[in-house]
Design a binder for this molecule. Structure first.
Ligand SMILES: Cc1cc2nc3c(=O)[nH]c(=O)nc-3n(C[C@H](O)[C@H](O)[C@H](O)COP(=O)(O)O)c2cc1C
Length: 227
């Protein structure tokens, strides 16, 4: 090796790789959040497969990481296209991309609904507009016009019997969680971390494990991958 290595590119993945990828992943997530003013550093692309085998992908926000179980949490409409796909297959995959840090995280695994208590608590923490919006939108279904959608929002405020004066004054207002809206927990059985490198000689590593339904997961096995 020459003294001056043109491929010397700063911090790559540790060598040897850690036994569990979630510590690194969570560290990267925190780094991304600290990198203001990046908007939505918790945004991730969520891929699902419809029952007929057709893949689809869209952005959602990651609202929790649990290194203990190796899982992440996000919220959506259970009757949306993605909801229907996950209910049918029980599987999903996500990818985070933090361009400024040249880092990518891919996670694949099994999805299950979060507990009602967890979903209730998160729903209650949302702005009233978002809570009304969750009730008003039959996510992924057609609507005739933007005006019709806004009319649905107005009707929802009336149907929920909300005190509009209190809303306008910014006072706390109780709105129950819609039964068709809540969290999904994606428990990983494959995680891949990627760091950009000079000359496209990136650093990649994958961890995989088996998830036994209702039982303990096997230990993570890791391997470095060619970029
Ligand atoms: C940055 C960003 C974050 C989003 N976060 C969420 C989210 O957390 N939950 C959600 O249901 N939709 C979210 N959306 C909207 C989804 O991308 C998508 O349009 C919607 O969920 C309907 O998807 P579906 O019809 O495939 O189910 C977000 C969109 C963007 C651009």
């Amino acid at each position: 090796m020459p003294d001056l290595d043109p491929f010397d590119q700063g911090p790559m993945l540790p060598d040897p790789l850690p036994g569990d990828p979630f510590g690194l992943f969570r560290g990267w997530f925190e780094d991304a959040r600290a990198q203001a003013p990046t908007p939505n550093p918790n945004a991730m692309a969520l891929a699902t497969v419809d029952p007929d085998g057709r893949p689809s992908v869209r952005m959602v926000l990651c609202k929790g990481i649990d290194p203990e179980t190796g899982s992440i949490l996000f919220y959506t409409n259970y009757e949306s296209r993605k909801g229907a796909a996950m209910e049918a297959t029980g599987r999903a995959a996500v990818v985070f991309h933090w361009d400024a840090m040249e880092r990518q995280v891919r996670i694949e695994g099994r999805v299950a609904r979060a507990t009602p208590a967890e979903s209730d608590a998160y729903f209650a923490s949302r702005a009233w507009e978002s809570r009304v919006g969750a009730w008003a939108s039959r996510q992924s279904r057609p609507v005739a016009s933007r005006q019709d959608l806004m009319d649905q929002v107005g009707t929802t405020i009336l149907e929920l019997g909300l005190d509009v004066g209190a809303l306008m004054r910014g006072e706390p207002v109780e709105i129950p969680r819609p039964p068709f809206w809540g969290g999904y927990r994606l428990t990983a059985d494959r995680v891949e971390l990627w760091v950009g490198g000079t000359g496209r000689v990136h650093d990649r590593a994958a961890w995989s494990r088996q998830l036994a339904p209702g039982g303990p997961a096997t230990r993570w096995e890791s391997t470095r991958l060619q970029p």
